[in-house]
Design a protein around this ligand. Structure first.
Ligand code: NCD
Ligand code: ZN
Ligand code: ZN
Ligand code: ZN
Length: 358
């Protein structure tokens, strides 16, 4: 095919460490098929699915059902998290003994694990089994006034427990200056910690009135996060793709349908503005997140799977949620003019998304 514009780039396809496909239980918001299509449309061929489904994913039964569905849809590769606490409530973690391949990560999304003792036990289990434990410390808000303090405290605590246990701790949706400062210190100390940042937390500030966890932050927070990206402290961009119906949003559900706007938000706010180059963005959208999952993707080279994305970095276009493949059209960025358009996504050499088909 001949492309008629300058600015066409081939990159490794993206890997998203933090995605909600809502199966089982909330398929009216998203399901594995619509979520897979949304991922492919966003340039992603690998996703790590959160466990806050209904019922929450606390057993290999649910993991296996999800994996089977993902396989039969066949558009992306997926990993399914198991919840840290059984049923994502209470203090029971004996289900962790039954976790086997292909599970890579544990995660209680939407809340941190309140008890430090319990979190330590879970981390020790992760260390023993070679699993990654995902911390949602920044979901730990208690009330609107003290949320920032509570979240920062839990970030700090989880880093101490990481030191204590030696487990691989992955900090989700890091968005405050304090959190990234603590993580920087921990990394300097050599702790086994990685972290992700969400595109919307880099792209917009708290002047935007839209409900998402963690909330939009101040300009000074964004500056600290971007500085950390430049320094190589941030391992991955992860979308926290959280699709909801418009009715659920009206009733206060937090979250942004973000997997189809991830590349343009990052390209526009990081590369176009001159903070980092495209190679660095590729590194945190593809190579590093794949490495965290322990898979051989996200690079172009011998023995690496041919998961690729073709993007146009010259074309300026408007975000239109009505074009989303996701069931969730919930985005505060409708109508925004952005750079960085996904044209074609290849999964193992096969086209799984082509803008020409829209
Ligand atoms: C999450 C969701 O919708 O699953 N929403 C979000 O804003 N990140 C749940 C949560 O983390 O509160
Ligand atoms: Zn979370
Ligand atoms: Zn959350
Ligand atoms: Zn989430």
């Amino acid at each position: 095919r001949v492309f008629d514009a300058l600015g066409i780039v081939v990159m490794p396809a993206f890997t998203d460490l933090h995605v909600h496909f809502r199966e089982p239980g909330f398929t009216y918001k998203e399901d594995i098929e619509s979520g897979s299509r949304a991922a492919a449309r966003g340039g992603y061929t690998t996703v790590n699915l959160m466990a806050n489904t209904n019922p929450p994913c606390s057993s290999m039964d649910i993991v296996n059902q999800v994996m089977e569905r993902v396989g039969s849809v066949g558009l992306v590769d997926a990993f399914q998290c198991v919840s840290i606490t059984s049923g994502m409530q209470g203090d029971e973690i004996s289900h962790l003994d039954l976790i086997t391949e292909p599970v890579k990560c544990l995660s209680d999304d939407g809340k941190g694990v309140a008890s430090s003792g319990l979190m330590l036990k879970a981390m020790q289990k992760c260390k023993e089994k070679g699993l990654v434990i995902m911390s949602h410390a920044e979901d730990a808000s208690i009330s609107k006034d003290d949320y920032r303090l509570a979240e920062n405290l839990m970030t700090w605590r989880d880093l101490q427990l990481c030191r204590e246990s030696g487990a691989h701790l992955h900090m989700c949706h890091v968005s405050t200056k304090e959190a990234i400062d603590y993580i920087t210190q921990a990394k300097l100390e050599g702790l086994n910690v990685t972290c992700e940042v969400a595109p919307h937390h880099i792209y917009a500030t708290d002047s935007l009135d839209y409900k998402v966890n963690p909330p939009f932050r101040k300009m000074s927070d964004i500056e600290a996060i971007i500085a950390a990206i430049k320094l190589g402290i941030v391992d991955a961009i992860a979308t926290d793709h959280a699709p909801h119906t418009s009715e659920d949003k009206r009733q206060g559900a937090p979250g942004i349908s973000g997997i189809e706007t991830s590349f343009p938000l990052c390209y526009t706010s990081l590369v176009k503005k001159g903070h980092i180059d495209l190679c660095k963005l590729s590194d945190i959208m593809s190579r590093r997140p794949a490495e965290i999952l322990g898979i051989n993707k996200g690079r172009i080279g011998v023995g690496c799977e041919a998961d690729l994305v073709i993007v146009d970095i010259e074309d300026c276009y408007e975000i239109d949620p009505q074009k989303f493949a996701s069931k969730g059209k919930n985005t505060p960025f409708a109508g925004d003019k952005v750079y960085g358009k996904v044209l074609i996504t290849f999964k193992s050499g096969r086209i799984v998304y082509d803008y020409k088909d829209e």
